[in-house]
Design a protein around this ligand. Sequence first.
Ligand SMILES: [Zn+2]
Ligand SMILES: [Zn+2]
Length: 135
Amino acid sequence: MTPINGSCLCGAVRFEIIGRPRSLSYCHCSRCRKQAGVFAAVLMVRREDFRLLSGADEIRRYTPEPPWKHVRAFCGRCGSPLGEPSDEHELFPIAASSLDDDPGVRPVLHMNVESKPAWYEITDGVKQIAGTYGG
Ligand SMILES: [Zn+2]
Ligand SMILES: [Zn+2]
């Protein structure tokens, strides 16, 4: 399969995904909203399929205070969200916003829909899970 390329805004961080991603979904929780914009498009990737090509030294990680979970990686130079690439998890989220290529999968779910802002309306037919995370 052709690698799926990704990079941050400034180009310091570059990676490729060499296997088919597991899933693509939208998260509307307040944590994703504050980091990613209105919502995050979350691509779940197997660790064995992810190759960091450059920028390891630029990657910063934000670890939230409890009760929040989910470490968030981003480029320390340009601030682009990267998801949570990790050596510790078999499967982890990558920010689909950082992709330069079509990952070949399409969104299957809107998560934490109760947390989305009132001014943002979901208008597609993708399945929605109410849920809330962070109000
Ligand atoms: Zn960058
Ligand atoms: Zn979220």
